[in-house]
Design a binder for this molecule. Structure first.
Ligand code: ADP
Ligand code: MG
Length: 306
């Protein structure tokens, strides 16, 4: 028999320990709201207001008119196990505050971004400071403030995040999701017959597996995000005629044309454009999409659900 070597035991890095612990304190956005409101009550606030966006996933903000936080304490405010409420273990028997473990704010900085604005009684101005992973991101900045403390807990995750050198498909996946990106295929066509329009088109279009009730069309002409209703309708017609399922398409398309062939001044918003030789251009694109769909239709992918 093979005798397996026991795995080595290592100390977890402090940041890992803190992140694991943070999940125990802040299990869901509502836990953060509860902790913040409790802190406001502990600060003897008589008024507390709560702002929550997207169920707390995007933003949580709790403002109070409590006693505020001393300038000198701001540097350790969001470290783990820093508290003004407990000093000795024996205090636990008589503790009246909601909090005492000094873990809530620290935890929030591990799951999100925390900005604190606070002013204490008798001060002319308050301070604002942001925290991440338990530490101050910068020195506290003097700012205007009314009595008390405002703590803003924003999500770490940006709504859209693109990476340098990510592909077009990566960007579509980031914005529209993996289920859309999975069902796209590349398409490209160019027509440099000078008798007609001179153009180049490349894009990503949905295949036969894609299902949607509404067309999504992202159209760039000469690098400008525009709309071209005629082209959109023409593409919808091809999909309806070619694919058995009555699904509307997802189209990402970038078209390059001589700039004098594009009229961007049809509408004050410059969204809807007119194109020279629009008919022949649309015709070429329709044909390209049709043959792409015909070829893909024979090789449909079926996914097995586990
Ligand atoms: P705990 O409440 O267990 O002490 P927290 O991490 O929730 O731990 O808060 C750390 C400390 O920050 C508190 O002990 C308190 O001194 C200070 N603090 C937090 N929120 C407020 C607030 N809204 N007003 C005044 N002080 C606050
Ligand atoms: Mg607390």
């Amino acid at each position: 028999a093979i005798r397996a070597e026991p795995p080595r035991i290592r100390r977890l890095e402090e940041a890992v320990v803190n992140r694991i612990a943070a999940g125990e304190v802040i299990q869901r956005p509502a836990s953060a709201v509860k902790e913040l409101v409790e802190n406001s009550l502990d600060a003897a606030a008589s008024s507390v207001s709560v702002v929550v966006k997207d169920g707390g996933l995007k933003l949580i903000q709790v403002s109070d008119n409590g006693h505020g936080i001393r300038y000198e304490d701001l540097s350790i405010l969001c470290e783990r196990h820093t508290t003004s409420k407990l000093s000795a273990f024996e205090d636990l028997q008589t503790i009246k505050s909601m909090g005492f473990r000094g873990e809530a704010l620290a935890s929030m900085t591990y799951v999100g971004h925390v900005t604190v604005t606070t002013i204490t009684e008798g001060q002319l101005h308050g301070y604002r400071v942001s925290y991440r992973d338990g530490v101050m991101e910068h020195e506290p900045k003097p700012c205007a403030a009314v009595k008390g403390t405002q703590i803003m807990h924003g999500a770490n995750r940006a709504d859209v995040h693109t990476v340098i050198a990510s592909s077009r498909l990566d960007s579509i996946r980031a914005v529209y999701g993996a289920s859309v990106a999975r069902d796209l295929m590349e398409i490209a066509v160019s027509d440099d017959n000078p008798a007609r329009s001179i153009f180049k088109m490349e894009g990503l279009i949905s295949n036969a597996n894609y299902i949607a009730k509404k067309t999504t069309m992202i159209l760039f002409i000469n690098g400008r995000l525009v709309e071209c209703t005629a082209l959109k309708r023409a593409i919808e017609v091809v999909y309806a005629a070619t694919l058995p399922k009555a699904s509307k398409p997802f189209i990402y398309m970038s078209i390059d044309l001589p700039s004098e062939h594009v009229d961007v001044n049809m509408h004050p918003t410059k969204r809807e454009v007119g194109l020279l030789n629009q008919e022949s251009l649309i015709d070429t694109i329709q044909n390209a999409i049709e043959s792409k769909l015909m070829n893909s239709n024979t090789t449909r992918i079926f996914q097995i659900q586990a």
